[in-house]
Design a protein around this ligand. Structure first.
Ligand code: SF4
Length: 211
């Protein structure tokens, strides 16, 4: 089965999934969307109101802001894969519980990463950052390019946080504006050094660039 077909099958599994209690309150599960061979994958936290209504990731105000940020660096959302740590909306927009994050990432997100095999993963917010940097503070590491598990991981603030807290907006804009340079430099470096890249099992993070 091709990666594209496997992603489609995975999305069907997500739609039927009852592995954690979030399935009780969802209207639509939100598996994620984008090219099956995307170079860049964005991972947010979980679906919000609009995402739950439409079954698509980042379609509310935060999604609009993400599209603006991408557009400023000459990219469209159709070029990147966008998904979340949990695929069903936590009721009342509460934080996802650790066991929900654990079940959903092991069942779905890890498989999506394997299938899409992105060179770069951009984590949006604390929850997706925590998958790679469980002890980091986002205020310390946002905008840094780190080599983790053989990929470039760039932790960023969640666009919704920037919309709620105005002082973060210029920080997010500045981090995004530096992405093209960072990506061209580090994806080239990754291609050249692919054989020397740490394996998926390597939990260590190496800082590639500090803005
Ligand atoms: S959040 Fe994930 S694990 Fe929980 S029901 Fe939805 S798809 Fe299944």
């Amino acid at each position: 089965m091709s990666a594209q077909e496997e992603l489609k099958k995975l999305a069907e599994e997500v739609a039927q999934c009852q592995l954690c209690e979030l399935h009780y309150s969802r209207k639509n599960a939100v598996p994620g969307e984008g090219p099956h061979n995307a170079t860049i994958m964005f991972i947010g936290e979980g679906p919000g109101f609009h995402e739950n209504e439409q079954g698509r990731p980042f379609v509310g105000a935060a999604g609009k802001f993400l599209e603006e940020l991408l557009s400023k660096i000459g990219m469209k959302r159709e070029q990147v894969y966008i998904t979340n740590v949990v695929k069903c909306r936590p009721p009342g927009n509460r934080d996802p519980k650790p066991e929900e994050v654990d079940i959903c990432t092991r069942q779905f997100l890890e498989r999506q990463i394997q299938l899409i095999n992105p060179k770069v993963i951009i984590t949006l917010g604390r929850y997706s950052m925590g998958l790679y940097l469980p002890h980091a503070k986002i205020s310390d590491v946002h905008g840094q390019a780190l080599r983790i598990k053989g990929r470039i991981v760039v932790p960023m603030y969640h666009p919704a946080a920037a919309l709620h807290q105005g002082s973060l907006k210029p920080v997010v804009e500045a981090d995004f504006s530096r992405l093209p340079e960072l990506l061209s430099k580090n994806t080239t470096a990754l291609e050249e050094n692919e054989l020397a890249a740490p394996s998926e099992a390597d939990q260590s993070a190496t800082q590639l660039s500090l803005f």
